[in-house]
Design a protein around this ligand. Sequence first.
Ligand SMILES: NC(=O)c1ccc[n+]([C@@H]2O[C@H](COP(=O)([O-])OP(=O)(O)OC[C@H]3O[C@@H](n4cnc5c(N)ncnc54)[C@H](O)[C@@H]3O)[C@@H](O)[C@H]2O)c1
Length: 251
Amino acid sequence: MELRLRGKCALITGAAQGIGQAVALAFAREGVNVALNDVRADRLDETAARCAAEGVRVAFCAGDVARAADVECFVTQAEEQLGGLDVMVCNAGISERVMLADMSESSWERMIDVNLKGVFLCARAGAVRMARSGGGAIVNLSSIWAKVATSQVAHYAAAKAGVRSLTGSFAYEFGPHNVRVNAVAPGRIATEMVHKVAPEVNETIHRQIPLNDGAFGEPVDVANAVVFLASSAARYITGETLDVNGGWFMD
Ligand SMILES: NC(=O)c1ccc[n+]([C@@H]2O[C@H](COP(=O)([O-])OP(=O)(O)OC[C@H]3O[C@@H](n4cnc5c(N)ncnc54)[C@H](O)[C@@H]3O)[C@@H](O)[C@H]2O)c1
């Protein structure tokens, strides 16, 4: 299978740790130049050093994905510093566990701002540029909770269901411009986001995962799916949301 990614340029949001860091590294290993975004710019050094060690160009793109001015600024920076933009991965996200009855308006707004509006702003900025330059690929991070109802994450789940829907809308409108737009929906992946969750919650989930004795996925498992969707091996795939969940949920 030919990926044809060498020499391309990719911007990854939320690249300081977890899945975003694994995605940046996976691209760097395929010879892709990477622009690294995170709201915690001071924590991008490790990802940058590991990517640079693979011999690719690395650009720093600090900023908050929920702020339109920041997004315009760092997407422009990425394009200028790397000399193009072929791939965008809208990965930055936040989570919080709270029952609906106790969910404040500000909590709801922050979750939708970062996890849904952030994807809209970044994907739009990327897609418009890619359309101008002949095409590209965007991969958004959705979640298993976009498809399965559960408690304590209503705002997060609504945002991630929105990302799934938005992925289709972008795919439809930008398909004629040769921009493919897909999403990945991880189940439980061993990152800081999941380590914050109470052990009893994670224990219940382990029992529902058929693969690998119920083990959670690793960030690289999601990164591999992202690299595939961004590559020319997926050239006829758009508007798709790919589950990466060890069989925890199948539709
Ligand atoms: N870990 C999982 O099990 C899991 C499951 C489903 C979906 N996801 C999704 O995958 C993505 C990555 O998750 P993760 O587990 O690596 O999380 P993480 O918390 O380990 O990393 C998220 C990164 O995003 C950055 N970030 C947060 N808000 C930002 C903002 N406003 N602007 C720019 N950067 C920001 C953080 O600083 C951090 O570096 C998220 O969108 C998450 O919702 C994760």
